[in-house]
Design a protein around this ligand. Structure first.
Ligand SMILES: C[S@@+](CC[C@H](N)C(=O)[O-])C[C@H]1O[C@@H](n2cnc3c(N)ncnc32)[C@H](O)[C@@H]1O
Length: 222
């Protein structure tokens, strides 16, 4: 049985401010593990969790229903690369672990600006992306597209068969700059290694450690 502990998930949960009532999680997966923990023991919190993956929505919805926490968690089909259907200054906290790296560099500024728009002043945005230090950035099969910033690569390890993937691998300074350019203040930025999972239920853990960049950003109070 794989160890399901995740350093970046622990950091993202620990960063939730004490008085948060409305939390937005973009790119939910791993069976809603983090989101169920956000709700657990915090009846005052409401969590909206989204993904563009229909199977993910269904899977997480079933998990949430089975947990008995449906009243606190809303799972929605939504694209973080598109305008978001929420008013300004709506959420207390935004959790974006391993999702913004799917966006090409030309779509990221608008997406980050939308996240800032829907976050309350003083609210925090937690971001984790794959780092440009990852071996996946420089495999023989990896090709970098300068027009999009995306790298096309074959992941030979995480799944039972090699899987074709596409990500924007970020430097710590690079992703921090995207957030600063959108008007966020950077509370902390750090890079570290973590073993990731290849499936929703965290049963397939990569044999190797991966390189991640984590940034905690704050929407300034005007
Ligand atoms: C690697 S999983 C990580 C998810 C989760 N935040 C976690 O920490 O385990 C990425 C998820 O983001 C979703 N995703 C990819 N592109 C997206 C987009 N543009 N908008 C919303 N979700 C997206 C994928 O379908 C998948 O469910």
């Amino acid at each position: 049985m794989a160890d399901t502990f995740s350093i970046s998930e622990e950091h993202g949960l620990a960063a939730i401010p004490e008085n948060s009532k409305l939390i937005y999680s973009v790119g939910v997966s791993t069976a809603g593990a983090a989101e169920l923990r956000m709700a657990d023991g915090h009846p005052e919190r409401h969590i909206i969790a989204t993904t563009i993956d229909e199977a993910g929505v269904q899977h997480v919805t079933e998990r949430v229903q089975a947990s008995g926490n449906s009243g606190q968690l809303e799972i929605k089909l939504e694209d973080v690369g598109k305008p978001l259907p929420y008013p300004e200054n709506h959420f207390d906290y935004i959790y974006a672990r391993l999702v913004l790296h799917y966006l090409p560099k030309q779509d990221l500024p608008a997406a980050v600006a939308e996240l800032k728009r829907v976050l309350k002043p003083g609210g925090k945005l937690f971001v984790v992306v794959r780092s440009d230090k990852t071996p996946d950035a420089v495999r023989d099969t990896s090709t970098f597209d300068p027009a999009t910033g995306l790298t096309d690569y074959i992941d030979p390890y995480t799944h039972k068969v090699p899987v074709h993937k596409k990500r924007m691998f970020h430097s710590q300074g690079g992703i921090s700059q995207f957030l600063s350019d959108a008007g966020f203040a950077i509370e902390r930025a750090t890079s570290y290694e973590e073993r990731l999972f290849g499936d929703f239920n965290r049963t397939i853990q990569a044999e190797h450690f991966d390189n991640l960049v984590e940034v905690l950003a704050v929407k300034p109070v005007a």
